[in-house]
Write a protein that binds this ligand. Structure first.
Ligand SMILES: Nc1ncnc2c1ncn2[C@@H]1O[C@H](COP(=O)(O)OP(=O)(O)OP(=O)(O)O)[C@@H](O)[C@H]1O
Length: 444
């Protein structure tokens, strides 16, 4: 068994692309198969090396390591061989119509109430006519002659699928400039590279019908490939994700401080009958099942991802969390804050709260209370009972309790209305910093 993830390096990967990478990787690992990364860079105008590097970086970051790698741009010689065979067999035929001619024909068909399909006029071209066109300096592009029927397969996600080839125009597989289109390159690669399972987005369903036809023309056995088409992942408003607009990109999620296993866990479960939960890679592999993937489009829910990330961070041992922490941070610091951050990007704030400086919000109505807090703050040395002693003294001095007591104190000490346990924070902050913080809050 061998699977592949085949992105085009035309932008940064978004969570939709990543859903396919995760599916291919987990399925391959679960079933003892191999996982290939193939860079589909036939679109030379839009492909960029920086995007290719970013794809590798993103996949490595997610922990989706691959066993083999290939690039379509390095296989042009092989494609040329196959193209010659398809031309010789007449399945690839030259076309000379310009874009304008094609548009005009399309409009006429629409006006006549016919589907806007290519009429295969060029299939009837005589060798003489072709020679004349070429003598006039015209360069052909090449279409693939589809068979007149339907292509059917049993999809691991979509169930029974059928694509009616008679309802599709013969696809252009070679452009005027001689470059090959992904549709053909991908079939040649899948056959040559021994791919057994093609797992990709639902946007490829029609392609699959066409590609089964191409594979057949290249002599592949029927049912050579098993297909799985996963529905597209939409943004929370139901909008399309796009590599070009960097919507919900992995790069930005990483910069925001989402843990890679949070993303893998979420993408393994979103749009399936299984509940999202934070998993280790081993758990994600062991529980991955394509038959649990729903046939309808899934929406990416940032709140759910953040909730999972909070749980992931909560469970992160100090040794692993260290890479996100300031070098001087102690295990006590991590233990104090780890249940209170959705994103690692929030950690520096808590470091400033306990070890640095913050700007406390102005609390004009609570100045007297904050002065009482300062007056009752136990002097050093501090110990286990310091916090309780302080709270009891402050209750007695101010007559306050509950929220009226704790909220102004929390705001003054942390600048936030929620966060880690004040008791623990106080120990980390120490006497001198607490005094400064209270004084600053009184004057804010
Ligand atoms: N929103 C999405 N949800 C799930 N899968 C997606 C989504 N968009 C693309 N894919 C899948 O991502 C994989 C990588 O494809 P590709 O690199 O062509 O991405 P793309 O976003 O469609 O790119 P482009 O905009 O350059 O066409 C394919 O399997 C494709 O079906």
């Amino acid at each position: 068994m061998k699977l592949r993830f085949a992105p085009s390096p035309t932008g940064y990967l978004h969570v939709g692309n990543a859903r396919q990478a995760v599916a291919n990787f987990l399925y391959a690992r679960r079933h003892g198969g191999r996982f290939l990364l193939r860079i589909d860079d036939t679109d030379t105008a839009r492909s960029k090396p920086e995007y290719e590097d970013a794809i590798r970086r993103d996949l490595k970051w997610l922990g989706l390591d691959w066993d083999e790698e290939a690039r379509q741009s390095e296989r042009m010689g092989r494609y040329a061989e196959v193209i010659e065979k398809l031309k010789a067999s007449g399945r690839l035929y030259p076309c000379f119509e310009s874009e304008q001619e094609l548009n005009a024909k399309r409009e006429m068909r629409i006006k006549a109430g016919k589907p806007p399909l290519y009429d295969r006029a060029m299939l009837k071209l005589t060798p003489d006519q072709r020679a004349r066109a070429e003598a006039n300096g015209k360069v052909p592009y090449w279409r693939f002659r589809l068979t007149d029927g339907s292509r059917k397969w049993r999809d691991l996600v979509m169930g029974d699928c059928s694509v009616k080839l008679t309802a599709i125009s013969d696809p252009v597989l070679i452009r005027v400039d001689g470059t090959i289109l992904y549709t053909l390159a991908s079939v040649i690669d899948d056959l040559d590279m021994g791919i057994t399972h093609v797992v990709r987005g639902e946007d490829h369903v029609t392609n699959t019908g066409v590609q089964i036809d191409i594979a057949d023309a290249l002599g592949a056995k029927p049912d050579r490939f098993t297909f799985a088409h996963l529905p597209l992942l939409l943004d929370s408003d139901g909008g399309k994700l796009s590599k070009r607009f960097d919507s919900l990109g992995l790069k930005s999620l990483r910069a925001d401080g989402i843990e890679p296993m949070t993303i893998v866990s979420y993408l393994a479960r979103v749009g399936t009958s299984d509940d999202p939960e934070v998993m280790t890679m081993e758990e994600a592999i062991a529980s991955y099942d394509l038959s649990h993937v729903s046939k309808s489009a899934a929406r990416f829910d940032m709140r759910q991802l953040l909730a999972l990330n909070r749980r992931a961070l909560h469970n992160l041992p100090f040794e692993v969390a260290r890479e996100h922490l300031p070098p001087e941070a102690t295990e006590d610091f991590w233990n104090a804050v780890r249940g209170n951050v959705d994103l690692t990007a929030e950690i520096p704030h808590w470091w400033d709260v306990t070890q640095g400086t913050i700007i406390p919000p102005s609390q004009p109505d609570d100045r007297v209370f904050l002065q009482q807090a300062l007056d009752t703050l136990p002097s050093e040395p501090w110990g286990e009972t310091t916090w309780t002693d302080w709270v009891n003294a402050l209750k007695a001095a101010s007559g306050r309790k509950g929220k009226a007591l704790f909220m102004p104190l929390r705001l003054a000490l942390t600048g936030e209305d929620s966060g880690p346990d004040l008791h623990t924070l106080l120990g980390l902050m120490g006497h001198a910093r607490t005094v400064t913080r209270l004084k600053d809050a009184i004057h804010a």
